[in-house]
Ligand binder design. Structure first.
Ligand code: NI
Length: 177
């Protein structure tokens, strides 16, 4: 029943829309979107997914941190569904680090993001949750939350010099690690 969905690619209008608030966590429609997002993310190499990426412009994201080449100390967490997420920075400090996006294959870029944020969202069971996220998880959260505003990470870079091809990215990090 769950399907692996095609991922909307940069240029698709749905990636540039402001997503709608989810009114009912347990409506069949919401459940279906969540299950499709889980299946789609599980089949990808991604660490997060936003509903607009499966062409559903509603305010649902999944954050699924795991250690990566760039973030070997990133915590391994079960994919966490966050409905109607929001955040506030707990300090003005931003850090630049590499990001990629399933909707923009082949490139990576350095993106400044808040280092420590307080997030709130509704979980899959309808509970209101608040957490403090730092570093990699805070970065993934901010990246996915931007998708709900119709933004992609390339909108947040400081300079086009900070964009590189994915093949150069892998060369860079296999050389250094
Ligand atoms: Ni993305």
């Amino acid at each position: 029943m769950n399907q692996v969905c095609e991922i909307a690619q940069l240029g698709a209008k749905v990636l540039r829309q402001v997503s709608e608030t989810v009114a009912s966590v347990d409506s069949p429609e919401t459940r279906r979107i969540i299950e499709d997002m889980k299946s789609t993310l599980a089949k990808s190499e991604g660490v997060g997914l936003a509903a607009p990426q499966i062409s559903r412009p509603v305010r649902i994201i999944i954050v699924a941190s795991r250690p990566t080449v760039r973030y070997p100390k990133a915590p391994l967490m079960d994919p966490t569904v966050m409905i109607n997420p929001s955040f506030e920075p707990l300090s003005p400090v931003k850090e630049k680090d590499w990001e990629g996006c399933l909707s923009i294959p082949g490139v990576r870029a350095l993106v400044p993001r808040f280092k420590v944020i307080k997030v709130s969202y509704t979980d899959e069971d309808g509970n209101f949750i608040e957490h403090i996220f730092e570093d990699f998880i805070a970065r993934v959260f901010q990246h996915e939350a931007d998708h709900l505003e119709g933004k992609v990470y390339l909108d947040s870079i400081e300079s086009s010099v900070d964009i590189i091809s994915e093949s150069e990215y892998f060369k860079l990090f296999t050389r250094n690690n």
